[in-house]
Ligand binder design. Structure first.
Ligand code: PEP
Ligand code: MN
Length: 265
C-alpha cells in the first residue's frame, strides 16, 4: 500500500550540495576544541553538513551521555567559522525547543526513539508550526510499518522537509556488521513513500571503520540520496563509537573514493 506524504524534495531544503547529500561529524560533541577542529577538517572533505550528538542515547547508564546545551553552542560556533549547516539528534520536545533556539539547520530522530510512537508523537507535536528539516532513522527492529508510522506522525504535524536514514537493524545473526542492512526494506520504503529522501548511515551500520567505504558505495549504487558518516579529530579517544569514526583526513579520502554512478534523485 502506498503512503501519501506531503513533502518537499531535499533540493528545496536550502542546503548547497551537488549529488548525494553528505552529513559528517562526530558521534558526540565532547569539547569545544574537538567540535571546532573536527568541523574545520570536515569542511574540507566535500561533506555538506556537520553532525554531532548533543544528547546521547546510551545503552547502559554511567556512560558519556552528551554535553547538552553547551554542545549546541559549539556547533553554532562551528557553523559560524566554517559556514557548514549543523544537525543533531533530538529525542524529546525539550531537545527540539533548544535546537530551534539555536537555529539548528536539521534534526534527526534516532533509532531508539523511532521505535516508540509516544515519543515520536511528542516530537511531532513540538514541531508543529516549524519548518526545520527532520530525518527519521529506522527503528532498531526491521519493522517498516513502525518507520513509516513515525514519518506519518511527523508529516501529519506539518513537517514537510522530511527524510529517512537507514542505519541498519538489530539482528540475532552474528555478522561483522554492527547493524544488519536491509536493502529490501529500503527499497520498500522508497517504493511506498514516493519522493522521500533516504540517506544511508554506514557508520552505525558497520560499527567498524574498515567496512564503511564498501557499504557507503553500495548505498550510492542503490541510489540513496545521501550519506551520514561519523568523523572525529582523534577517533580512538572518542567518548562514543570510537571504532567507527574516521579522522577528517581519512573521511576526505573515503568521500573522494566514492563513485556516483547515477545522478542522485
Ligand atoms: C548516532 O547517530 O550517533 C546514533 C546514536 O545513532 P543511532 O540512532 O542510529 O543508533
Ligand atoms: Mn554514533
Amino acid at each position: 500500500m502506498s503512503v501519501q506524504l506531503d513533502i518537499d524534495g531535499i533540493d528545496s531544503w536550502g542546503f548547497k550540495h551537488e549529488g548525494p547529500f553528505i552529513i559528517a561529524g562526530p558521534c558526540s560533541a565532547e569539547t569545544r576544541e574537538q567540535v571546532l577542529e573536527t568541523a574545520r577538517g570536515v569542511a574540507k572533505t566535500g561533506a555538506h553538513m556537520l553532525r554531532a550528538g548533543i544528547w546521547k542515547p546510551r545503552t547502559r547508564p554511567n556512560c558519556f551521555e552528551g554535553m547538552g546545551e553547551e554542545g549546541l553552542k559549539w556547533l553554532v560556533e562551528a557553523r559560524e567559522e566554517t559556514g557548514m549547516p549543523i544537525s543533531t539528534e533530538t529525542a524529546t520536545p525539550e531537545h527540539v525547543e533548544l535546537c530551534l533556539k539555536y537555529n539548528v539547520d536539521l534534526i534527526w530522530v534516532g533509532a531508539r526513539t523511532t521505535v516508540n510512537p509516544f515519543a515520536v508523537q511528542a516530537l511531532a507535536d513540538s514541531l508543529k508550526g516549524t519548518d526545520i528539516p527532520v530525518l527519521v532513522k529506522n527503528p532498531i527492529n526491521p519493522d517498516v510499518e513502525l518507520w513509516i508510522g513515525a514519518l506519518e506522525r511527523l508529516n501529519k504535524a506539518g513537517v514537510r522537509k522530511l527524510g529517512a536514514i537507514h542505519r541498519g537493524f538489530s539482528s540475532a545473526k552474528v555478522t561483522e556488521l554492527r547493524n544488519a542492512p536491509n536493502w529490501r526494506i529500503f527499497i520498500e520504503l522508497r517504493r511506498r513513500c514516493e519522493g522521500l529522501p533516504i540517506i544511508c548511515d554506514p557508520s552505525h551500520l558497520c560499527g567498524k571503520r574498515a567496512l564503511i567505504p564498501a557499504v557507503a558505495q553500495k548505498a550510492l549504487d542503490l541510489l540513496f540520496d545521501g550519506l551520514m558518516i561519523e568523523s572525529h579529530i582523534d577517533p580512538d579517544k572518542a567518548l562514543s563509537d570510537s571504532k567507527q569514526q574516521f579522522t577528517p583526513e581519512d573521511l576526505g579520502k573515503v568521500i573522494a573514493g566514492l563513485q556516483v554512478r547515477h545522478p542522485a534523485v
